[in-house]
Ligand binder design. Sequence first.
Ligand code: PRP
Ligand code: URA
Length: 208
Amino acid sequence: MSVHILNHPLLQHKLCILRDKETGTRDFRTTVSEVAMLMCYEATRDLTTRPVTVETPVGTAHCQAIAGKKIAVVPILRAGLGMVDGVLSLIPSAKVGHIGLYRDPDTLEPVEYYCKMPPDIAERDILIVDPMLATGGSASAAIQFMKNYGCKNIKMMNILAAPEGVKRLEEDHPDVEFYVAALDDHLIALGYIVPGLGDAGDRIFGTK
Ligand code: PRP
Ligand code: URA
């Protein structure tokens, strides 16, 4: 698996806002969306382009346009929803598939509760989004889900990751490209990333 740690200064600055326990719901949600947009910019560097010619007001320009590859962004509910708008602001024609997973509080194993995909999902390049990669259980299950649908080109985008989660993805899905804005120190027994940012879903939706 290729792990891309995106250490762009704008991303690192926005991580300070997300990690700060004093950041309120509105700013947290806006910043998650902005981080997702910046990460999407990096994660789409290898999109293929095709030559096009356009007439400018003063002449002919030979340009490169996206080659028309179909993309689907797949948030892991619920926290992943906070990253969708940021991605769609750069790729407005992408379709959105949803996977509902929550972690069982005792076992930390992912439990599926919802799934809805575009009909042509197997033909699309997949960008799975979730702010947090902790044990890696949710991400690994979501990637396997997409593989079961026949998807071939899958990328995973998390804002923060614990080393345990990265190791799990490397073992389970060595073929997947993985993008993260910061690799944190460790996990605690409750499954929280340290130093992390707390519970991403609760902070995005104001549920705690
Ligand atoms: C969080 C997070 C990931 C998962 C990561 O979701 O958004 O989906 O935990 O943990 P893992 O790597 O150990 O699987 P959570 O289960 O809290 O659900 P929520 O998004 O509904 O809050
Ligand atoms: N999920 C979260 O929302 N936060 C963590 O620290 C770990 C998993």
